[in-house]
Ligand binder design. Sequence first.
Ligand code: CMP
Length: 139
Amino acid sequence: AIERTFSIIKPDATRRNLTGKVNAMLEDAGLRIVAQKRIRMTRENAETFYAVHKERPFFGELVEFMTSGPVVVQVLEGENAIAKNREVMGATNPEEAAEGTIRKTFAENIEANSVHGSDSAENAAIEIAYFFAGSELVG
Ligand code: CMP
């Protein structure tokens, strides 16, 4: 089925001017960028977005990292977009990511791992609604 998923190009990637290269890998995988904006996440944005990780030891650092520079938030559309995006991103830890994936190619470490992608249809809907108005999605 055609799905939509939420994606973030993280501060480690924007800092190294990799937005276009990441987008090319997403598009080459068959995903269409139907919404995209470059923003600076506030502390509140990062804490709300990553609320499920609140009790994890890395939460504080993660919030610092996600607010350390610009991010590009995106909505990707395509056949099985959620799974397809997770496949092209690769494993959270770049040391475990498959050859040719975004994280294997670009990520610096498990935290500065270049991209985020929704892990389920339910979370995709929540994450898209947090950052985008319906009118900003142009399929
Ligand atoms: P993401 O897929 O956006 O989801 C949670 C983020 O927390 C993850 O990518 C990493 O950026 C960050 N993170 C930092 N340390 C860890 C860790 N040990 N395990 C999982 N995620 C981590």
